[in-house]
Design a protein around this ligand. Sequence first.
Ligand code: PLP
Length: 382
Amino acid sequence: MAEKIPLSEPWFEGNEWQYVKDCLDRRWVSSAGAYVAEFEQTVAKYTGATFAVAVQSGTAALHLALLISDVQAGDLVLLPNVSFVASANAVTYAGASPVLFDVHQDHWQMDEDLVASFLHTECQLVDGNCLHTPSGRRVKAIMPVHALGLLAPSFALQRLAEEYQLIMIEDAAEALGSWLKDKHAGTIGSLGCLSFNGNKILTTGGGGMILTHSSELAAKAKHLSTQAKSHPRLYLHDELGYNYRLSNIQAALGVAQMEQLQDILSLKEKIELRYREELVQAEWPLSFARIHPESHPNYWLPSFCSSTVDQIRMALTEANIQTRPLWSPLNRLPMYNHCRYITTEDHSGRIVDHSLSLPAFPALTDAQQSRIIKIIQQQLTR
Ligand SMILES: *Cc1c(COP(=O)(O)O)cnc(C)c1O
């Protein structure tokens, strides 16, 4: 059997052991340790967010972001149809319902034209609220996802959000290190959410962060993440809170990982650009999502779409190379198949059904990548 190449593998080449050991040596492993504040400050400084609040997961970050945006039961939240289920689940936890939008056939991100036409034709502003006229429900927020670390059309969506008084929460779970013009993903709307799950650009084992420029929103997020404790000593709590804090051990990993972010990003960029260069040819039925010309993505997970995807996947599996398709479109999942899905040609379905993500972890060697590329090229030229 050929050597196994996994889809992803974390990169721990820096001070991870040292900082985690430091937590154990000091007997300070749980939340509120010094590494939590340091991790938050480091991420805030890097992304240009004024505030960063560390939490247990990207999903928890999204849940809190919705709650502090005053998303309430019965509200509608606008989401792209191609995302990890966590984006939609967070909306459901808040008691709201997603309205799903198809993605653009070229860049695979939420289609801003569909969002604009939905808002222009079906919604109106009434006393500062955006009302969806046919259902009488309030549209409170829009949650674009920077899928694959590539950039959603966030400036256009933020303009629409302002026009219709919506709060824009960017799901930047996959997008640490991704920039649109001079803005980091997650800092264009009112709130942005990062994830540090094991397969993300950097990892704390599990974790997430809320980015914002608003001191008020940051304070609310911190409050809700710590069981809404309202007194420094007494166990007094002034509203329903959550235990969503990141632990000191996790944050210690995060601080060590942030020190290597530039290395990780340049390794990943080199890997994805090589895939794109050697696999995209006019006569081959294979394409990658278009990269926004004014963006610098983090190249989180190289993923292509091909009419011969089944043969390619089988050939790679036989060679012991791990791959996987993109997430099932949300409108096909039983929890969300009753949601409104706004589309003209269902690009989501076509893209996902023909998609495959390739290994691109920082330690992938040139020889391993050559093996992967050769197998795919053989399938394309058969
Ligand atoms: C990973 C991910 C999340 C959830 O993050 P967790 O840390 O796993 O909870 C949310 N949205 C997207 C797009 C993701 O890729």
